[in-house]
Structures are given as C-alpha cells and as structure tokens.
Design a binder for this molecule. Structure first.
Ligand SMILES: Nc1nc2c(ncn2[C@@H]2O[C@H](COP(=O)(O)OP(=O)(O)OP(=O)(O)O)[C@@H](O)[C@H]2O)c(=O)[nH]1
Ligand SMILES: [Mg+2]
Length: 303
C-alpha cells in the first residue's frame, strides 16, 4: 500500500486488531454526533447535547466497524473556552491524558472536532497542549470540521486551509490504506474527500413533513467522508503512552531525608521540570505554582 506523503509501503493490519480512536474538541463541536456517524449501524448511540452546557462528562467507549476493521471510538469531555489555563478548565485535558494511559491497546488515531468557520483561541491552545505536549505528535491527528450545512463541503478546506495552518493546526496527511466503499455506505458518496480533514454536516437536520430529513443528503455524504478518513489515517501499529518519561519531563521528584536519621520521614518534593515551563509557555501562565498544580493534576491517577 502506498503512503500519500512518503511513498513508503506499509502492510495493512490484520483485521482482528481493535484500534482505539479518540475524538476530542470543544463542548458542542459535534464529537458525539461524529461518533454516531462512525458507528453508523451501532445500536449503542452516543448522546448528542441539546443544550450549550455540554453533556458528556467523562470518556465513553463505542464499538464499531469500518470496512473489515474493528474500532473503539472514545467520546471525551468537551474542552471549554472559559477560564483558559485554570485548573477546572484543565479537567478535560487531564481526563484525556488519563484516557491515553488507560488504553492498554494503545491509541491509533486522534480526531480533533471543530465547529466551522474559525479557529478559536481555546481550540488552538487545546490542540497545541494535547498534540504537542501530551502526545508528542506520535499519533496521527485528523480534523473533523462540523457545521458546514450551508457551505460547499468539497471546496471548504482548500478555501480555509491557510487560516488553520496560520494557527498551527496542521492535520496528519499520511494515508496508510485505501477505503473501499461498502454496502453500509450511502450511494451518495462524496465526490471529493480531503486528506487529513473531513468537512462535514454532522446532523440530519429537521424532519421533513413528507418524510426524510432536511440535511439527509449532506449527512450521508459526510458519513462516508468521516469513515474514509478514520479508516485510511489510523496507525497500523497503535502508539502506547509512556507516563514515566513524561512525568520526569514535567515534574522532577526530589526525595529528601538522610540515612543517618532514619526516623525522619522521607518527604517528596516536586520541582518544576522542563514540561512545566512548556505548560506555562503554551498556556500563557505567569505562575510556576499554577503550572505545577496542573502538572500534578495531570499525573494524579496515572500509573
Ligand atoms: N447544524 C448542525 N448542527 C450540528 C452539527 N454537528 C452537530 N450539531 C448539533 O450540535 C449540537 C451538539 O452536538 P454534539 O454532538 O452533542 O456535540 P459534542 O461535541 O458531543 O458536545 P459535548 O458532549 O457537550 O461536548 C447538537 O444539537 C447537534 O445536533 C452540524 O454539522 N450542523
Ligand atoms: Mg458529546
């Protein structure tokens, strides 16, 4: 199989390997809707929010199959715009990080879900923190751009790509395998699919009086696009997070006490490591203490 970028050849994975795919992004961006499109015929549907407050509190697994490959799609807590850099705001990032470490089978793909048209400040920072610092860019990350119901979904990316690149949002562009259209797919397959990006409509819209839905056609085309993107861009060999290495980078743990005074309890002191400064720089944090608290919150619970 040819890879789009490098021209290298990578063998396809045996169908029995179940790949973990994590969908993340801001509250209300359409993460749960995208999961339902990926699952297509799955009986266990992700709950789509009806209010702006957000309804997905922790990571939830949904199983599905694309082509001949089984997947587990992970629906995650929404990353919010308010109070950027504060500990409560970091909860979603922390839970994403814990999820990464919980997955014994590793992670094969990240899908960053974003609402069109613009990249928000929170979106840019969340991307940066998660992709560059927590995953070290070792897992491919692709974009699902939702709310394109009123736009030309086929030309949207080429018209808007420069804006994303300017904000440092650069999707992975490696195609590991080709997606064959299956009977499960709609007959309305999209004429154009971008590499590393799916420009989609993630809702069917209102029910029509005479049957069907207002955005049915756009939705079916979008289902095909997102399934193709996930199938073609997931890693052949999942990436497994290494918490210890990252922990050392973020917080240097110093044990104090002395062998001459065995009664003195060993105290563990945390000194800022390189990762804390990265956190501060990326999140525009002024205080070392705040960055340390976040680093500790991230590590808490990770074996
Ligand atoms: N018009 C339109 N509505 C959409 C689109 N994608 C999602 N929605 C709607 O946006 C709302 C939020 O979608 P969800 O899928 O619940 O978003 P989410 O990212 O899972 O939200 P949280 O779980 O709260 O973080 C729902 O009412 C969806 O029907 C889209 O492409 N177009
Ligand atoms: Mg949701």
């Amino acid at each position: 199989m040819q890879l789009a970028d490098s021209g290298q050849t990578i063998p396809d994975m045996p169908p029995s390997t179940r790949h973990n795919v994590i969908i993340f992004g801001e509250t209300g961006a359409g993460k749960s809707s995208v999961i339902n499109m990926l699952q297509l015929s799955g009986s266990n549907k992700a709950t789509v929010s009806s209010s702006a407050s957000g309804c997905t509190l922790s990571s939830t697994a949904y199983e599905g199959t694309i082509g001949d490959q089984p997947f587990t799609f992970w629906d995650t807590a929404g990353l919010n715009e308010g109070d950027l850099g504060k500990v409560p705001d970091m909860k979603a990032v922390v839970s994403l990080y814990h999820l990464l470490h919980k997955l014994k089978g590793g992670v094969s793909l990240l899908v960053f879900c974003m609402k069109a048209p613009r990249v928000t400040e929170a979106g840019r920072k969340n991307w940066d923190l998660f992709i560059n610092l927590l995953c070290h860019r070792r897992v491919p990350v692709v974009l699902a751009i939702t709310y394109l119901d009123q736009e030309d979904m086929d030309s949207w990316w080429s018209d808007n790509e420069a804006h994303f690149l300017k904000n440092g949002i650069t999707p992975s562009k490696i195609v590991y395998r080709q997606y064959q259209v299956t009977r499960e797919d709609s007959e309305q397959v999209a004429t154009k699919a971008d590499i590393g990006v799916a420009c989609i409509t993630a809702t069917k819209g209102k029910a029509r009086k005479n049957g069907g839905y207002a955005l049915e056609e756009e939705y079916e085309e979008s289902c095909w696009k997102i399934r193709k993107l996930v199938f073609e861009s997931h890693l052949p060999e999942p990436w497994k997070a290494e918490p210890v290495k990252w922990f050392q980078e973020v917080v240097r743990e110093v044990r104090s006490g002395h062998w001459l005074c065995p009664d003195v309890r060993h105290v563990t002191d945390y000194l800022p490591g390189q990762g804390v400064y990265k956190l501060m720089e990326r999140w525009g944090m002024k205080s070392e203490e705040e960055a340390m608290n976040i680093a500790k919150a991230i590590e808490k619970g990770v074996e």
